[in-house]
Ligand binder design. Structure first.
Ligand code: ZN
Length: 166
């Protein structure tokens, strides 16, 4: 995995911000459905949004319904190929290891994520490198619109706690 701290995708910094806003809109959709607010979008090599997804774990009763997994499945269906070569995924929170493996297996070019996930992030607190393929060339860019993701997550869990104590 090639890591690019505080750098931009080939689409540029401005576009990264734009796409992350679209992912955040998906996260808001999850929020409105009482799901942990995480959203993702898949962009093709030309910079067209080809799929969107938001967390639906509670609704579907499965961990397979992570925002990234849903967006990747939809992207594959949209282009009629599971090989999402040249595509990028934008996700509001650092992917878990299941989704990161899915991203590698789906042959995406790169991942742009917002905030770090101290609980379920694919790196956890170690610099864990996944070995789905012998050679992995997935680029990772982090920290895009991270504050907005954190704000939304905090709001969600605050509301949850409030509901619990009521
Ligand atoms: Zn995941």
């Amino acid at each position: 995995m090639i890591k690019n701290r505080k750098m931009a995708s080939p689409f540029g910094e401005e576009k990264d911000h734009f796409f992350m806003q679209k992912a955040l809109a998906q996260a808001q959709k999850a929020f409105d459905k009482d799901e942990v607010p995480i959203g993702a979008i898949v962009v093709d090599a030309l910079g067209n949004i080809i799929a969107r997804g938001h967390n639906l774990v509670e609704k579907r009763d499965t961990q397979l319904a992570h925002a990234e997994a849903i967006a990747l499945e939809r992207a594959g269906k949209k282009i009629g190929d599971w090989r999402l070569e040249g595509c990028w995924i934008y996700v509001t929170l650092e992917p878990c290891s299941m989704c990161m493996s899915l991203i590698e297996l789906s042959r995406l070019h790169g991942v742009v994520f917002g905030a770090h996930s101290p609980l379920f992030g694919y790196r956890l607190d170690k610099e864990l490198s996944l070995r789905v393929y012998k050679k992995s060339a997935v680029r990772v860019i982090e920290g895009v619109c991270a504050e907005e993701t954190i704000h939304l997550l905090k709001q969600f869990f605050k509301d949850k706690r409030k509901k619990k104590s009521e």
